[in-house]
Design a protein around this ligand. Structure first.
Ligand code: GLY
Length: 301
């Protein structure tokens, strides 16, 4: 680790960006809020949870308020938090809470379990004091209505995946500790009860002494690759950027639509995607960088 270096990298989802400027603005807000915690000697885990919480409250992103509905119109969300020492908490298919990432953190800190799902996760959230909240927005409802009107089946296609993204953050603090958090509303029109990669350790979310990674994109593909763990494992012997490139080359070879951000133990950042677009950004040494990558779009800061 580079002495006293701290920083954070976030993504706002891979896919096709509907509004790149708004995505960049939302990422900037999340990065500034979380970087402020790191500057005040906050822990990496506090920073990643704060970054994701801010994005969950922004209806632009597919997580928390604004999450993608299931085929039958429910909101079921997945989220996870992990530290480099192996502490992990996640919620799967949780409904009616404002911030799944905060519930995931409580699973990590207040229970002996790693994952809570469905009604059990909601019950746990209520016991922890998280109030009832309907994350459904008019925009999410309209997107589902359009799919249903087009006669789509609940067995979603990649075309749908491309439209919406997940959020995630990876940070390193002044003490060289790494942490990651990821949160998603899933994929519009999926079957109720479907769980993606974001809440599953090793798939969408992974942290280890070598590095930490948060993924986005087609959850089933990420699960098959165990992508976050694959990238972090590669960081044991190579810098984050090389680890990312090699792992995504394998995803591309298999025609998987995925994206990821990560960081190694030396505070080396990495990001990449096989999807048409991905929004992401990072903040280090008081400088903020924002990107909305796309094959027809130049990087924007
Ligand atoms: N990557 C989020 C999901 O597929 O649910």
């Amino acid at each position: 680790m580079v002495g006293n270096t701290f920083g954070i990298i976030c993504h706002g989802g891979a896919g096709v960006l509907r509004d790149p400027e708004a995505a960049a603005a939302g990422l900037g807000e999340a990065l500034r809020a979380s970087y402020a915690l790191l500057r005040q000697s906050g822990a990496a885990v506090d920073a990643v949870v704060e970054a994701v919480r801010v994005m969950e409250d922004n209806p632009l992103f597919n997580c928390g308020t604004g999450s993608a509905p299931t085929y039958d119109g429910r909101t079921e969300m997945d989220a996870a938090v992990m530290t480099q020492t192996g502490e992990f908490g996640g919620v799967l298919a949780i409904s009616r809470v404002r911030n799944p990432v905060l519930v995931a953190r409580k699973v990590m800190t207040e229970t002996d379990h790693h994952l809570l799902a469905g009604e059990g996760a909601v019950g746990f959230a209520r016991k922890c004091g998280f109030e009832d909240h309907d994350p459904m927005t008019e925009g999410a409802r309209e997107r589902l209505a359009r799919l249903l009107a087009a006669g789509e089946s609940p067995f979603f296609s990649l075309e749908k995946v491309r439209k919406y993204g997940t959020v995630g953050a990876v940070a390193i603090d002044r003490r060289g500790r790494l942490a990651v958090a990821t949160s998603t509303g899933g994929i519009t029109g999926r079957l109720a009860g479907r769980v993606g990669d974001s809440g599953i350790p090793g798939a969408g979310t992974w942290a280890a002494p070598s590095g930490a990674v948060s993924c986005t994109g087609h959850g089933e593909a990420i699960l098959r690759l165990m992508l976050a763990r694959d990238i972090a494992d590669r960081m044991k012997t190579m810098p984050a950027s090389v680890a990312m490139t090699l792992a995504l080359a394998e995803a591309r070879r298999r025609k998987f639509e995925v994206g990821a951000v990560g960081m190694d133990a030396r505070a080396g950042f990495a990001f990449g995607h096989t999807t048409p677009d991905m929004s992401y950004g990072y903040m280090i040494a008081e400088r903020l960088f924002l990107f909305t990558d796309g094959k027809d779009r130049k990087k924007a800061t």
